[in-house]
Design a protein around this ligand. Structure first.
Ligand code: AKB
Length: 315
């Protein structure tokens, strides 16, 4: 089948790397990057780009009409920390953006839709360690609430309308290529930049705050593997738990010190992101992803840390 792929929200942390990976696999002209900002990364002239606000259903419809996509990745969203600063906008973008895309995918018979969920769907009463796929979910951020509602909509469109929607609950994603976008897990990226620039970092999360994380290479590979899996292997149409690594700021700092022995980590106090982190899992049980589509992460903490430092030094 000749694929035509739309990536909505192509300039964010995930989109930047996903567009590059998809263009490698499907050809530059078959992957249309769409965002409200023009790309300023290396792929900027490598393939088609469209200005699209996912909340503008008419423009979005024109884009579906123009490209008749076989696959759509919807990545445009407000993350946990910025969402708390603007809850109504976060709800509007995260929810109505999704509903617009699901509706248009039905009208234009898009074969597959990808939408990212997050560990933010869990809340203070969810089990913290090896958080299972199915358990108490009481998110208390607008981001988490919108992701949990979005998961229900994805499953609904699959069950009622047979739309092939696939989704992953991303942990904190760590990459050197693109800046993070207002999340609670962003410290784990800032720490590398500041270590190389200043030899020190003040973490907004406390020493012992443990969170699930993943290196971006694993996340991009896993995302494409899920989308490539045969439909009958996808038993979960809400969103899959997706595990990589898990660590605290002090553990990450100790790993960085293996390469930079003088690196110093301090902590800031009273950051609102601490409360968000306290409500999230420490680690994730991703057995369904492993069983259904053979998910297996490749980057452990040591390999991730080394790769981050080597590449950031070069860039
Ligand atoms: C955030 O911190 O908001 C995101 C996420 C875990 O979904 N990185």
């Amino acid at each position: 089948m000749n694929e035509k792929i739309l990536v909505l929200g192509s300039n964010g942390q995930i989109g930047t790397e996903l567009v590059t990976a998809l263009r490698k696999g499907y050809g530059n002209d078959n992957v249309v990057a769409c965002d409200i900002r023009r790309p300023d990364y290396e792929t900027k002239n490598a393939g088609p780009f469209e200005f699209v606000n996912v909340l503008d259903k008419e423009i979005l419809k024109d884009i579906f009409q123009k490209y008749k996509p076989t696959q759509v990745y919807l990545l445009a969203a407000l993350l946990s920390a910025t969402g708390e600063q603007n809850p109504k906008l976060a709800w509007d973008l995260n929810m109505n953006g999704l509903l617009n895309v699901l509706d248009l995918a039905l009208i234009f018979k898009t074969a597959k839709v990808y939408w990212p969920s997050s560990i933010a769907v869990f809340g203070p009463n969810s089990p913290k360690d090896a958080t299972p796929q199915y358990c108490t979910m009481d998110p208390n951020t607008v981001y988490g609430i919108s992701k949990l509602a979005g998961e229900r909509w994805c499953e609904y469109y699959n069950q009622k309308y047979n739309l092939d929607v696939r989704s992953i609950r991303y942990p904190g994603l760590i990459s050197w290529k693109a800046a993070p976008g207002g999340g609670t897990t962003d410290y784990a990226i800032h720490i590398f930049h500041e270590a190389l620039k200043k030899g020190s970092y003040a973490s907004f999360l406390s020493a012992t705050t443990e969170l699930p994380m993943m290196y971006m290479d694993d996340a991009i590979r896993g995302t494409i593997e899920l989308m490539d899996a045969p439909a009958d292997q996808i038993s979960i149409r809400s969103s899959y738990n997706f595990g990589g690594v898990h660590f605290t700021p002090e553990v990450l700092a100790a790993e960085i010190r293996k390469h930079m022995p003088d690196f110093k980590l301090s902590y800031t106090e009273n950051d609102p992101r601490q409360e968000i982190a306290n409500s999230w899992p420490k680690s994730i049980d991703d057995n369904f992803a492993r069983k259904d589509w053979a998910w297996k992460p490749e980057f452990d903490l040591a390999r991730m840390t080394e790769d981050m430092l080597v590449n950031l030094k070069k860039s």
